[in-house]
Design a binder for this molecule. Structure first.
Ligand code: FUL
Length: 474
């Protein structure tokens, strides 16, 4: 084992990254002037007078998110058209000049409050690209954006995420903006040190597509140069032609393999999968019958949450200001399947033994205690090891959940699973990386003994959870 790999094995998440990772599944809410013009990208010349969601109910949004098992919500406080959902004192282009609540409303406040009451974390999307503001393209605009950040990060309680979009074109004067990213980050770190800065930021990496595609091997330890990737103007989205949103893997397939990280400075920069429940990010009545199927959403859930990413699923409220019945129904169905699948861990009372352990504190049984801070691991320098579960009785199962102790780093590169059939071990599943969580699905197996063998890892693997389930859908 070379030094590089030992170093890579010890790159760890920051506390804010760890807290974010544990949210696993949360919503994106695209709502604004586009909801009323039936557009995806507003031009910036829309009159605030058209903004009037008469039945707006933030509690309904929160209830829908919770029914799916989501733990957070990110609101488009300002999209590319520049219209603000809060009465910003730095522009008139906001709800203040709309008929909604007679210009007295603050949608950011109502959503933040509903999230807090409902137990969801609240995050803000603030588009750096602004097609309305006359300051765009000058240094004054950078000050304007920082002032807006100050408003959003001081007036609405704890913020778990500031989501910066990579899409960028010209402003109203035909000018492009040179963004003061470091200046923006400074404001965020000062006012909300617990918030992750996502996509055009150093904490959370865009998975590289908006279609819901996931990588087989999603590494959280990647070259530091990726932190600047989405901020490169030439690569950002310039045209709203629908093509970008469904393009798959606009970045490399394997960002963290040994080859990809050799000789590079490394950082913990975990992935987020963002996609919409419908073709568009904003609501369009014409898409009411194009809500993604339960199967498709479950598949994305398993491969994102269960593929060492998080799942940011967009739910666009309609002109009434409500999440449409079709989307709400789908979310409830999704939540029901997820809850019932992961309700009974068949390994909860099992016995665990391992080929070796680093000591009593890291005994095999640690994978069964449901505590994210404890874990099994072999001695440092042991890259291959096995752990076996005795379920006490024969059980039928088709799903296994594995978790590494990522507070120690991400290390597993390849593993396989077998069950004991008489006197013969039979292979039934395998995977590459694990990271925060790996969900493995396979044709139903009935057995009492399960063996997991780590074939390849970095320095010494850790395993914090080894759970066994029978899923609620075939
Ligand atoms: C893209 C934007 O252009 C879309 O409108 C949407 O907000 C999506 C999440 O990011 O870059």
């Amino acid at each position: 084992m070379n030094d590089n790999i030992r170093i890579a094995a010890q790159v760890v998440p920051s506390p804010r990254q760890l807290a974010w990772q544990e949210l696993e599944f949360y919503s994106f809410i695209h709502f604004g002037i586009n909801t009323f013009t039936d557009k995806e990208w507003g031009l910036g010349d829309e009159a605030p007078a058209i903004f009037n969601p008469e039945e707006f109910d933030a509690k309904q949004w929160v209830e829908v998110c919770k029914s799916a098992g989501m733990r957070g919500l990110i609101l488009t406080c300002k999209h590319h058209d520049g219209f603000c959902l809060w009465p910003s004192s730095h522009t008139g282009h906001s709800v203040k000049h709309s008929p909604w609540r007679d210009g007295q409303g603050d949608m950011v406040q109502e959503v933040a409050d509903a999230c807090r009451e409902g137990g969801l974390k609240f995050g803000v999307y603030l588009s750096p690209w602004d097609r309305h503001d006359g300051r765009y393209g000058t240094s004054e605009y950078n000050e304007y954006l920082k002032d807006q950040l100050r408003e959003l990060l001081t007036g609405y309680g704890d913020i778990f995420c500031v989501w910066f979009d990579g899409a960028c074109g010209e402003g109203p004067n035909g000018l492009k903006q040179v963004y003061d990213w470091d200046g923006y980050y400074e404001v965020i770190r000062e006012l909300q040190p617990g918030a992750v800065i996502s996509v055009c930021g150093p904490d959370v990496r865009w998975c590289g597509n908006e279609a819901g595609h996931t990588r087989e091997s999603e590494w959280s330890v990647v070259p530091a140069e990726l932190q600047d990737c989405e901020k490169i103007l030439e690569e950002s989205q310039h045209v709203d032609d629908g093509e970008f949103a469904r393009r798959s893997n606009s970045r490399d397939e394997n960002l963290g393999s040994r080859e990809a990280i050799a000789g590079k400075e490394l950082v913990w920069y975990p992935a987020e999968v963002n996609t919409s429940i419908r073709p568009g990010w904003f609501y369009h009545a014409a898409e009411d019958d194009q809500v993604r199927s339960l199967e498709e959403l479950l598949d994305i859930y398993d491969k994102s949450v269960g593929g060492n990413s998080t799942f940011l699923l967009n739910l666009p409220p309609d002109k009434r200001g409500l999440i449409h019945e079709n989307d709400a129904r789908r979310m409830a169905e999704l939540g029901e399947v997820i809850r019932s699948t992961f309700e009974y861990n068949l390994a909860a009372g099992a016995q665990a033994t391992a080929t070796e352990t680093a000591g009593e504190a890291n005994a095999a049984g640690r994978v069964l205690d449901g505590n994210r801070d404890t874990f099994w691991c072999p001695k440092e320098g042991t890259e291959q090891a096995s752990i076996e579960l005795d379920l006490n009785v024969e059980q039928s199962f088709d799903t296994i959940v594995l978790k590494e102790h990522i507070q120690s780093g991400q290390r597993i590169e390849q593993l396989h699973l077998e069950y004991l059939d008489g006197a013969i071990w039979k292979r039934f599943s395998e995977c590459t990386v694990v990271g925060h969580k790996r969900i493995l699905k396979f044709p139903e197996v009935t057995a009492r003994h399960i063996r997991l063998t780590i074939d390849k890892s970095r320095w010494c693997p850790t395993l914090s959870a080894f759970e066994v389930y029978l899923s609620a859908v075939e």
